[in-house]
Design a protein around this ligand. Sequence first.
Ligand code: NAD
Length: 288
Amino acid sequence: MNTMAQRLAGKPPAQAVRERVKRDVALEREKSGRVPGLAVVQVGDDPASSIYVKRKHEAALALGIQSFEHRPSAAISTEALLELVDRLNDDAAVHGILVQMPLPPHLDARSLVERINPAKDVDGLTRVSQGALMRNQPGLRPCTAIGIMDLLSFYEVPISGRRAVVVGRSALVGLPVAVMLMQQNATVTIVHSRTVEPAPIAAQADLLVVAAGQPALVTADWIKKGAVVVDVGINRREGGLAGDVDAAAEARARAFTPVPGGVGPMTIAELMRNTWLAFSHQVHGQYE
Ligand code: NAD
């Protein structure tokens, strides 16, 4: 008998994360009159970035978080952007700072990220945040990676003792999610663009996380029958968005995250959570 694979929709776990942030923010406002503030910097007017920034703004407002948008022109210099980051670092109403990527190529993205005060690093990309992640110390984690972990926990996907394969090794997704899976006692292998014959490696996974940005990269031969598959990829194609997993291959999985509507909703919810955590750490001295 052919049973249907379960769809692990992102909306219910994302809603749970949002509800909690909303409650925490409302309680704080009642007690102290203070609210967390999130500053988003978008350089230029890339249409995909504009959609993401608008969603972040709307999510913040819906949860009672103050939202500050900065939209310098694409011609801005690295020096002028560094000055803007310095001002946001010094602004007591701003608890989280996010510089929307990708940046125009003339700008030095790395030095911009490092300029963000690590206490306000809601993207979890500074050296301090990534160091805390590696050491499993409290801190701000990259939103998509923590969103994947929360989604797996929401659907009670077993991790401890299981074989996990992560496709991709970016600082934003692949690497942090691999580290977090290992910290939850999975046996983790990372597959990347230079891996020779990735399919048989991926096919050993009980849990396969794919964050490569390559449409239909993962075909049926990459998936062990009965595995759980998390598809992080967002690829814009004619007819809409597609993930990295070939649609025909999903049937081999026991459960999989759809694109759109899987990991995507978690990312924005976790950004709101990180803004709360950054506020809480700055005001109360703890990430909780
Ligand atoms: P990236 O380009 O920084 O990294 C891609 C990684 O995939 C690299 O480590 C590379 O080695 C690996 N890779 C590329 N081609 C491969 C191949 N043929 N075989 C094996 N590995 C390969 O991208 P990223 O920022 O990590 O994002 C990955 C994907 O996830 C993109 O599609 C991005 O749009 C999407 N994404 C989604 C969300 C979300 O909220 N759902 C958030 C962030 C990123």
